[in-house]
Design a protein around this ligand. Structure first.
Ligand code: GLN
Length: 258
């Protein structure tokens, strides 16, 4: 249903590569037909993207993208490479877009990122080992804090490290960052609050969130760098609006957050 009259081909089941298509005539003004958009994601960032017990890559970002692509009729491929690598892939034009719980910030916009409408609000928070004595920023004096490369958590820690006298170590993914705190090398780490809460809740991450060690936060957005991908951003916004209206968005959130 919903296939447009005069659409050049039924591209829903077409494989990704359809170069040198049979039809030599120029396709109609279909800007996305046949294109498979590459979307870069984080690796371990539950409940937004993570590998479940059955070995499937799932999460809010994964389900939102699927629902939005279905609604808008575009094809995509996920590249789960890690947050900093995802930023770099989009910057280098190796991926078309970023969907990785990426916070919409002034700094990123000033650096040329173009974001969709926000789809989820999140703050960043410090987290400490379960049972730790650290209860405030002041307690971090002379200690080390683990952060994840490219993230707002890193920016947050950097913005206050001189004031409170702590040092920083940078990790490429969340599990290694947590492990540095659990293993006692770092006194704290900085993570997005919904991710830290979800990871603690599973019981697999022996960390806790002290009160009041949180920043202002921002909305997550789907991001592009190349203006040529504006058509994809527009489809994301239109699809997001549509799945907010038809209840799919709420179903996806309810499936992963409770
Ligand atoms: N929301 C944070 C940011 O945008 C962290 C994202 C992530 O680690 N996937 O920097």
């Amino acid at each position: 249903c919903g296939s447009k009259e005069g659409a050049p081909s039924a591209d829903t089941e077409a494989p990704a590569q359809t170069e040198g298509a049979e039809n030599e005539e120029a396709p109609a003004a279909d800007t996305t037909g046949g294109k498979t958009w590459i979307v870069a994601m984080d690796t371990v960032f539950p409940p937004f993207e993570f590998t479940n017990e059955s070995g499937e890559f799932v999460g809010i970002d994964v389900d939102l993208l699927k629902a939005i692509a279905e609604d808008q009729g575009f094809e995509y491929e996920i590249q789960s490479v890690g947050f900093d690598a995802a930023l770099a892939a989009v910057e280098a034009g190796q991926a078309d877009a970023l969907l990785a719980g990426a916070s919409i910030t002034e700094e990123r916009i000033n650096n040329g990122w173009i974001f969709s409408d926000g789809y989820y609000n999140a703050t960043q928070t410090f987290a400490v080992a379960a049972g730790s004595e650290i209860k405030s920023f002041e307690d971090l004096a002379g200690k080390n804090v683990a952060v994840k490369n490219g993230t707002e958590g890193k920016t947050f820690a950097e913005s206050i490290k001189d004031e409170y006298g702590f040092t920083i170590s940078v990790f490429e993914d969340s599990p290694n960052m947590y492990q540095d705190v659990i293993g006692g090398n770092s006194a704290a780490c900085v993570e997005d609050t919904p991710i830290m809460e979800a990871s603690i809740k599973t019981g697999n991450v022996a960390l806790e969130i002290p009160e009041g060690m949180t920043n202002e936060g921002a909305a997550y957005g789907f991001g592009i760098k190349d203006e040529a991908n504006q058509v994809l951003l527009d489809m994301f916004n239109a699809g997001l609006k549509s799945i907010r209206e038809n209840g799919t968005y709420d179903e996806i959130i309810a499936k992963y957050v409770n």
